[in-house]
Design a protein around this ligand. Structure first.
Ligand code: PMP
Length: 419
């Protein structure tokens, strides 16, 4: 006799404690930027599967292509065997993304997740340079395995490994130290006088720290980091797992900075419709692995390739990226207005493109506001080391009406918290 309470449906008792319990509902349907729970309640999705649903839920072209493939007994799982779907993705990725940008990378499928992409990146950097240490930054998030977690700039997340993690040095991210130039920091620690850290194999960074509180690196900071890498023969890895695939308005988040990383990590929205997929882009000269040195059962899922190819075709429409910039400006204006209208929040605007939010100087309220918003039908999350940043991550296909509704629920929630 199964009770239909929320607790039972979510079966929280039988799941490990590390699962987040912040969305108290059972969902059954989703389309575009909407989700519906089993009670028929509608939600606006400003979470987008933690950035995996840039094109929204159930994009029709992707859905159709997947259904056709399955109906025709197309190959779903083939490990590293060549398939037409894999070839079509590679062709589209080269023609739509790499070639028009003058970028020359070899494409690797490192496994199904963003973490897999980061692991592959740091492994190849170690192999190429023969060095062990990796530099990452305060508030960084790069994944949950021992290797990628060692790069984390978040003490709480690091504790998940139980004991201290080595092989990485965390340095202050751009703007981390008020009034200090953090580039000088990095240079000082990499000086050749032996007093600093071991010369690293790589420097890894996010241009906008999605999990770490929407901190953004300035374009000049990124250029200076690239310069340091060149001078010291350190590989530059950009982790574009969350900020990439159009999230900030350009396909790669680093494009406006004009930098050319040695390695780029992509995942989340590369799979188009939420299918697990990851890509590691490696400059041809660093393609040093022998066959079998990095493999895995679930790299190269053909359904993901199909959705991913459709997603690239969708991206090809230039108007789409212009739209993203317009929407980002609207959100920025609205958030600035809210920050001024509700000084009790002590808010600061954070982020870039369609990953923006409010850092709340008043402790605890970000969490309260997101819970209130959820009750009112808006799905948002908090980010940052103290969960004090309200983070808006709508699908890129969000329209003016969706933005307006989402922002108005956010504002209503803030008003109610104030009372
Ligand atoms: N890097 C960044 C920047 C991320 O935001 C994430 C996921 N939030 C990851 C890596 C890890 O990706 P995944 O959860 O797919 O392993």
């Amino acid at each position: 006799n199964i009770s239909s309470t929320l607790e039972t449906i979510n079966d929280l008792e039988s799941q490990v404690r590390s699962y987040s319990r912040s969305f108290p509902a059972v969902f059954e349907k989703a389309k575009g930027y909407h989700l519906w729970d089993t009670n028929g309640k509608e939600y606006i999705d400003f979470f987008a599967g933690a950035g995996a649903l840039n094109y929204g839920h159930n994009n029709e072209k992707m859905q159709h292509a997947l259904i056709e493939h399955i109906k025709n007994d197309g190959i779903i799982h083939s490990l590293d065997m060549g398939t037409e779907t894999r070839a079509a993705f590679l062709k589209a990725f080269n023609e739509i993304i790499l070639r028009p940008r003058g970028l020359d990378y070899k494409v690797m499928f490192p496994g199904p997740t963003g973490t897999n992409s980061v692991e592959a990146a740091i492994k190849i950097a170690r192999k190429v340079t023969g060095r062990e240490n990796i530099i990452s930054f305060s508030n960084a998030f790069h994944g949950m395995t021992i290797g990628s977690l060692a790069l984390s700039g978040n003490a709480m997340k690091r504790k998940g490994a139980g004991i201290p993690l080595n092989n990485a040095t965390v340095m202050p991210f751009d703007h981390y130290v008020e009034g200090e130039n953090t580039i000088d920091y990095v240079k000082r620690f990499l000086s050749d006088d032996g007093s600093g850290v071991d010369l690293p194999a790589a420097i890894i960074l996010e241009t906008v720290q999605g999990e770490g509180g929407l901190n953004t690196a300035s374009y000049t900071w990124l250029q200076e980091i690239e310069q340091i890498c060149k001078e010291k023969e350190i590989l530059l890895i950009v982790d574009d797992v969350q900020a990439g695939c159009g999230r900030t308005g350009t396909f790669f988040s680093f494009e406006p900075a004009g930098i050319n990383p040695d390695i780029v990590c992509l995942s989340k929205s590369i799979g188009g419709i939420g299918l697990p997929m990851a890509v590691t882009l490696i400059k041809p000269e660093w393609d040093r692995w022998n066959p079998g040195e990095h493999n895995g059962t679930f790299r190269g899922n053909n359904l993901a390739f199909i959705a991913a190819t459709e997603a690239l075709n969708y991206w090809k429409d230039h108007r789409f990226s212009l739209d993203i910039q317009e929407k980002a400006e609207t959100i920025q204006q609205e958030l600035s207005r809210i920050i001024s209208a509700y000084p009790f929040m002590n808010g600061t605007l954070r982020g870039r493109g369609l990953m923006q939010g409010i850092a709340c100087g008043t402790p605890g309220i970000a969490e309260e506001i997101t819970q209130k918003a959820f009750e009112k039908g808006l799905i948002i999350e908090t980010s940052g080391a103290d969960d004090d940043v309200i983070k808006l991550l709508p699908p890129l296909i969000i329209d003016a009406e969706g933005i307006e509704k989402g922002i108005s629920i956010l504002e209503e929630s803030i008003k109610e918290i104030k009372q």
